[in-house]
Design a protein around this ligand. Structure first.
Ligand code: ZN
Length: 427
């Protein structure tokens, strides 16, 4: 069956509204996917899981020395509060947080160029900072055309302790540093709450090897302010089209389709799935993820978290069919990475726009930059590869994560610094 790119594009428009982790709109999108699934003649169902987040009661940042000015901020979800009434403390710009930037920070509020990885986060906690600020956007953004990203503190960091954390426009951070800010007053009052998020699941049982499972994944949630069509309504409609394909062409191995919620806040949907299906996972041979697609300008890529032989295999399939595809052995910040960390070889197919050609994680992730024809490109590549592998006579991929990839995964999930602590990494 050929891919119907018009049908894909129409479904993408239907789910092209803001659908953040655990919101009513996320559930609404899950139900639209379920309806589409039943229109194909399949039975889908929803699995719930809890997502810890925050209710923000007060949030303010004021520079008090050497000038006075209040700036707009957005606290991190799952951060902690300052004392009621806030704190007034020294402010230090620590750039990338190199060791020489981390001297004498006790009790100070710091500004960092990027969100700290677990290794740096641990050092910041050990240095005794009072809290930290990260920046988003660019130094020349216009306030009325941009939003401050809502970030969330990740478990891989908070295992080392929590401090108040907030995000600001880079433009304002620039202003603060340029004007030699030395003292700030920060008040952050938040309450820990829990929301419910959802994964949508469909299974097509294999005709010959029902106990061997290949699963497709795509996250369907978006970040705040973003209709998330490029990231990742597009992947969601692509795997829907593949469900149609495999419904019409029954596979010899079992194929699962999972639309994950809450990917944008730390892969929580795939992590919940992995936790709830421990027994089933032993049968998973491969996870095929689609995340980011449909941009009119772009290039096709496959990021493979498995053995080099799978990289070569996908590269060969693409070349044999004349499909331009760049294949790399790598991890990718998406649900495929959670599966790889559970020992299941995984691959993400995506279409990356050149810088400025399409936009993720902002209000500019809209349909204007996407087309049905571009969506079809990723759909065809993913279908051709998956068809060949799902119906292979002998499954050619070893169920194993090579050492170099496991190292990357450990770094990504912050296990590297844990291992150093316990001496596991010492020779
Ligand atoms: Zn994404």
């Amino acid at each position: 069956m050929s891919i119907n790119n018009r049908r894909e594009f129409e479904l993408l428009k239907k789910i092209g509204f803001i659908r953040t982790s655990g919101s009513d709109e996320e559930l609404k999108a899950a139900n639209i996917l379920l309806e589409e699934i039943s229109s194909i003649g399949c039975e889908g169902y929803i699995e719930d899981f809890k997502v810890p987040t925050s209710k923000i009661k007060k949030a303010s940042l004021k520079v008090v020395e050497p000038y006075e000015k209040e700036y707009e901020i957005t606290p991190y979800n799952c951060s902690i509060s300052t004392p009621e009434g806030g704190i007034t403390t020294d402010f230090v710009y620590i750039e990338d947080g190199l060791d020489a930037n981390l001297v004498d920070l006790k009790g100070k509020f710091v500004l960092i160029n990027m969100s700290p990885n677990p290794k740096l986060y641990k050092k910041l906690i050990e240095a005794g900072i009072a809290g930290y600020i990260t920046m988003c956007g660019t130094a020349k953004d216009e306030e009325n055309k941009t939003d401050i990203t809502v970030a969330r503190m990740r478990e891989k960091n908070t295992q080392y302790g929590k401090v108040p954390a907030l995000n600001m426009r880079m433009k304002d951070c620039f202003h603060m540093v340029q004007n030699k800010t030395s003292k700030v007053e920060v008040e952050l009052i938040t309450e820990d709450i829990e929301l419910t998020s959802h994964n949508v699941v469909v299974t097509l049982e294999g005709s010959k090897y029902p106990d061997e499972i290949i699963s497709f994944g795509a996250h369907y949630d978006s970040v705040p302010f973003s209709t998330g069509v490029y990231d990742n309504g597009a992947g969601s409609v692509i795997i829907m089209e593949l469900l149609r394909h495999f419904k019409e062409n029954p596979p010899i191995r079992t194929v699962k389709f999972v639309w994950y919620g809450s990917e944008e806040v730390g892969l929580l949907g795939s992590k919940a799935y992995l936790k709830a299906h421990e027994e089933e996972l032993k049968k998973h041979l491969l996870m095929i993820n689609v995340d980011v697609a449909g941009s009119i300008l772009g290039k096709e890529m496959a990021l493979v978290t498995a053995e080099q032989s799978m990289v070569d295999y996908i590269d060969h399939v693409a070349k044999i069919r004349g499909l331009p595809l760049k294949v790399e052995q790598s991890i990718y910040s998406s649900d495929s990475t959670a599966f790889a960390d559970a020992g299941i070889p995984s691959v993400t197919f995506c279409r990356f726009a050149p810088n400025g050609g399409a936009f993720i994680h902002t209000r500019n992730d809209v349909m204007d930059y996407l087309s049905a024809e571009a969506l079809e490109k990723t759909a065809v590549i993913t279908r051709d590869f998956s068809e060949s592998i799902i119906n292979s006579v002998v499954f050619p991929i070893e169920r194993k994560i090579p050492e170099n990839m496991q190292k990357e995964l450990d770094k990504y999930f912050g296990k590297e610094s844990k291992k150093e602590d316990s001496g596991e990494n010492k020779k």
